[in-house]
Design a protein around this ligand. Sequence first.
Ligand SMILES: Cc1cc2nc3c(=O)[nH]c(=O)nc-3n(C[C@H](O)[C@H](O)[C@H](O)COP(=O)(O)OP(=O)(O)OC[C@H]3O[C@@H](n4cnc5c(N)ncnc54)[C@H](O)[C@@H]3O)c2cc1C
Length: 441
Amino acid sequence: MNRNQFIRMGSMAKLGGAFFSHSGCKQPVRLKNWAGNIEFSTEKVIRVKSLSELQHVVRNTGKLKIQGTRHCFNKIADSHECLLSLRDMNKVIFMDKERGLVQVEGGITYGELAPILHQNGMALHNLASLPHISIAGAIATATHGSGLQNGNLATSVVALEFIDGNGDLRQLSREKDGERFAGAVIGLGAVGITTKITLKTVPTFDVRQYVFEGLAVEQLYANFESIMSAGYSVSLFTEWRQDVVKKIWVKSRMDEEDLGKSGKDWFGARLSSPDLHTPASNRTPLVVPGPWFERLPHFKMGFVPSSGSELQSEYFVPMELAVEAYRQVNLLGDDIRPHLLISEIRTVAGDDLWMSPAYRQPSLTIHFTWKQETEAVMALLPRIEKALEPFKPKPHWGKLFTIGRKEIESVTERIGAFRDLAHSFDPDGRFRNEFLDTMIL
Ligand SMILES: Cc1cc2nc3c(=O)[nH]c(=O)nc-3n(C[C@H](O)[C@H](O)[C@H](O)COP(=O)(O)OP(=O)(O)OC[C@H]3O[C@@H](n4cnc5c(N)ncnc54)[C@H](O)[C@@H]3O)c2cc1C
């Protein structure tokens, strides 16, 4: 998708109701996800503006599905009957600087919240590669950034308010509801429609990032932990070549070692020029320190993130098996490369959220940004999943995978409890869809 298509889709999304072509208001245009690989199965889209309107819609509609910013690559956010959007409910409700808390409405994006937090001396502990996504959608799918000490973005949530399947308002907090809270946060859209989220923050901080190029694969294998722990957030970008890892992107807080200061090679990889990310590029700036929300994501707000015309897949494997897992996927490099734009390798700290792929497991995440060649990619995924089988891979809930229900059950320890929890809040399955029925519920 080019920039114009992206902007057009954004303005279509503002219309609410069904979407119509510009040509003559006759032909309904089905809404698609951000990447355009999924066409949603209904033309009915309701953009609600208040809690009471939302409750009215839930009470008077059969099945429905809440959407965030539609950045998932699979059908997790699809509905055959009715799609809902909370994008007009995107306010900051309160900030408590002393306790380090912020409460926001369910339609806000990280890009909207982050500068407000920063102006008030606050920050989130981490961000994904892009700020364009809704907070509710990101936490519902266990979206993550990188960093050995950084849990996924849902680990910042301390309380949730949501509408259940009966249209009633419910609240859960870490403090009062313990286990039920831990089950509901990564809710995959199955537990309720999140209307308010309370997040714990940290004091605002600056980050400096460097890119190093051309790391020998053997250096990576020999120094894996030192490399992945060299900064607050470290990403490897690889094309799965036998000899070399293309780039390492190291994001460090100001109290960490300034890796690029000497201008020298690092584990034999060359320091990139800061001009690699020019002001006109969609990437966040190198070398010059900046506030957390302008450095932790790879892509800048106001630009199209990533390539646009792409597909994505990602798998979580246990951190202690990281090198072996990388080695196994690397063996498939010649088959992967023709369809690949780039792969990114990150780390995520373990957590206690039931549906988190990093549940009680510090993880390595192996991500693929694919060319938009659906057939070829879907044929290749089972081979990658087979190579990762010994490591019990868990898929990213919002990306493409072919791992089946049985395998998901076998690697998702709390799936039974999650089913019970979802059923208790949505007994008639109003928020269920084909994806959830097939894979989870
Ligand atoms: C260019 C690009 C880069 C990406 N980078 C990363 C990355 O760095 N790390 C990563 O982990 N992922 C990444 N992703 C994946 C993305 O972050 C996730 O798919 C995330 O879910 C997107 O949020 P969304 O609001 O668009 O969700 P949607 O696709 O709109 O919805 C996802 C799920 O959330 C549910 N949901 C949405 N709003 C609510 C609500 N208010 N209440 C309850 N449930 C709700 C939906 O029902 C659905 O089940 C990337 C995707 C793209 C396109």
